[in-house]
Design a protein. Structure first.
Ligand code: ZN
Ligand code: ZN
Length: 350
């Protein structure tokens, strides 16, 4: 089980510096499992790894070289000491955030915002590889109803499901989503499955708008560069405004439009990566009692069980969200495809 394996490896600091390397492999240690990787999803964070963006450099610099890839599925083929042997042969998806279990947030049941988070594919070897060894607490068994490519994007889907279900949820709500890449579209699919009363989607990329219109039952898909998002929401809600606004865009213009589109007492859920300083009209939020829910990562148990349930019941089909697949050896082409931002999910297959 300690066969050597190929993995896309960040070799050194700086832009690029990625290559497909042969690694010696190792048996799982105490509390670890070894996987044969089935498929791995690529996201904007992987592009930041490629570009060596400062927040990524801060996490990864001390761990190089490291096999990248943090969204993946596979089959357990060996378990280390102390791990339930029943896991051998299990089909699994991988949570990417590893909490310490000891800090204040962890002790309060908020391991997803642990003060000492480690990340698979950043702090230790990840899933753009034929094999991976991971701590067992990151392993989420998946039912047979979920195929291996869908399982590979369960990590972002569970975040999307959390975004839809957080706070007042989406059932019976008038919902606005700004930013419709894979996460925005998956969130829209959950909002529909939960029974949103109305749904308006805003996205600047034309290919993504076409995909959003095809994959999601919505009232409107608008280009915020040329169309009035607030007016589109007013049209969909008889002038009342959105109850819930979810932002993935990270854009100041989306913050302005989203807050203006919300009804009094409405709820903003923010998941974007924003410029270091953005402007929010806090007084207006106070006077209209707009609540703000920043969301980082998945609730480590509940978001996963909700996401797996939505897929296992076939209420949502994620197959159309995967718009390109590449062999591991063609990882450079996969990074280029992801950078084009004109599809949704890019998946690597070892
Ligand atoms: Zn990701
Ligand atoms: Zn912690």
């Amino acid at each position: 089980v300690a066969d050597s394996f190929l993995g896309v490896t960040k070799m050194a600091a700086g832009r690029g510096a990625l290559s497909l390397e042969q690694h010696p492999g190792r048996p799982p240690g105490p509390g670890e499992v070894a996987l044969r990787v089935a498929a791995a999803g690529m996201c904007g964070t992987d592009l930041a790894v490629y570009d060596w963006a400062p927040p990524i450099a801060a996490v990864m610099a001390d761990h190089l070289p490291v096999v990248v890839g943090h969204e993946f599925s596979g089959t357990v083929d060996a378990v280390g000491p102390g791990v339930d042997p029943a896991l051998e042969g299990a089909r699994v998806a991988i949570e990417s955030h590893r909490p310490c279990g000891a800090c204040r947030a962890c002790r309060a049941g908020k391991g997803h915002v642990c003060a000492n988070l480690e990340y698979v594919g950043f702090s230790f070897d990840g899933g753009f590889a034929e094999r991976a060894v991971v701590p067992v607490e990151l392993v989420r068994p998946v039912p047979d109803a979920i195929d291996e490519v869908t399982a590979a994007i369960l990590e972002p889907f569970a975040l999307a499901a959390r975004a839809a279900d957080e706070g007042a949820g989406c059932a019976g709500q008038a919902v606005l989503i700004t930013g419709c890449g894979a996460l925005g579209i998956m969130t829209a699919l959950v909002a529909t499955a939960r029974g949103a009363r109305s749904l308006v989607l805003a996205e600047t990329d034309p290919v993504r708008r076409t995909l959003a219109a095809r994959l999601v039952e919505s009232d409107a898909v608008v280009d915020p560069a040329v169309a009035d998002v607030v007016a589109a929401v007013a049209d969909a809600t008889a002038g009342e405004g959105a109850d819930v606004w979810i932002d993935y865009s990270g854009a100041q213009s989306a913050l302005d439009a989203g807050l203006a589109a919300l009804t009094n007492g409405g709820e903003a859920r923010t998941l974007g990566i924003y410029a270091p300083r953005v402007t929010l009209d806090l007084t207006r939020m106070v006077l209209r009692e707009i609540s703000l829910r920043p969301i980082h990562g998945r609730l480590l148990e509940r978001s996963w069980s909700n996401a797996i349930e939505l897929l296992a019941d076939r209420r949502i089909d994620l197959a159309p969200v995967v718009t390109a697949q590449f062999d591991l050896a063609d990882f450079e082409a996969a990074f280029s495809a992801a950078r084009e931002r004109d599809g949704l999910k890019v998946v690597l297959r070892p």
